[in-house]
Design a protein. Sequence first.
Length: 124
Amino acid sequence: MQGSKTDVFAEALVRLVRDCAIRNCRARLKPDTRSPIGKCWVSAVSGNNLEQIGDVIVPDCIDEAIFCLLNAIDEGSLKLMFTGPDDQKVDLSVDGLGELAGWYMGGESWRERFSQERINDYLS
């Protein structure tokens, strides 16, 4: 419903998470990229193997979108509360200590601890 109270959240979510992730991912596909992720993407795309492209790019795009979400929370642009299965509430903007994006992507990350799908490690 347009004009609703949730429109403020919807706009912030789309601009701070979706649009940010698209811009970041699009920059990785430039042929002259210097980033390790971008080089791997360009290599995968040039091989014309859809399975390889999917294995490389899909997890990275999802990780980028989640990173953008967590970074927006860390920076205070999105203030979110989480209610766990035990009804305990967590103020992610406070309890996350401004480190959610780092905990997700960094060493011994949430991805490594909890994901059951492919994780591309470009740091090793």
